[in-house]
Design a protein around this ligand. Sequence first.
Ligand code: PEP
Length: 252
Amino acid sequence: MRKKLIAGNWKMNNDVAESLILAERLKVLSEEFDERVDVLVCPPFTSLYAVNDALRTSGIKVGAQNMYFQDNGAYTGEISPKMLKSMGIKYVIIGHSERRQYFNETDEDVNKKLKAALKYSIIPILCIGETLKEREEKKEKQVIKNQVIRALENIKSSDVDKIIVAYEPIWAIGTGINATSMQANEMAIYCRSCISEIYSSSLADKLTILYGGSVKAGNAKEILSQSDIDGALVGGASLKAEEFFKIINFAK
Ligand code: PEP
């Protein structure tokens, strides 16, 4: 059985002091978390060390929102998987649509970043998703398939089972318009079938697939009860401890 994961992407929000207030509140709430659900928060880089330290004795995991694929070198402003690893970071979001959209991240970059994360035993959360235009043109499945194929190029099956996939339709991210639970589940099932085609059905069955896009306490229950959705990647609603806690509670 796949374990549910609720991951919070804080994006470019919360300075160190604000991050610690949120982390401390989550830590208190975590005493009531159900062990059947994994909880992850991904603060901005500047808060990563402090939040990781603050949550060390809680069950809450801490991840990064991005990383570069090189170990070190003349890449001003970038952070490497080696650096994340040295901080004890075990998760990283890769290929978020905001990185693809605003920072021109390509499928090739995503592939290199996945390989680099895996090399350092950091669990990558691979984000995929179509634009509104692509959905209106009924191309969403083709888009997802291409993103999956390109992201996983030359990654062996023994590594793929360490990857988490987040299906995040771009039109639903930060817009307040979530995909319906049926749409989200249909795409999760399709994504699983792509993995089955490239690798095997047993690997596809094991894959953790999250849905992301305007998940909040009000819609989480229905989305999280779908057969092929194993959790959520939550942006805006993860910035409010109580709301995030409610979402976690729907994941049991
Ligand atoms: C995200 O950042 O991945 C996300 C899904 O954001 P939001 O929940 O705000 O739509």
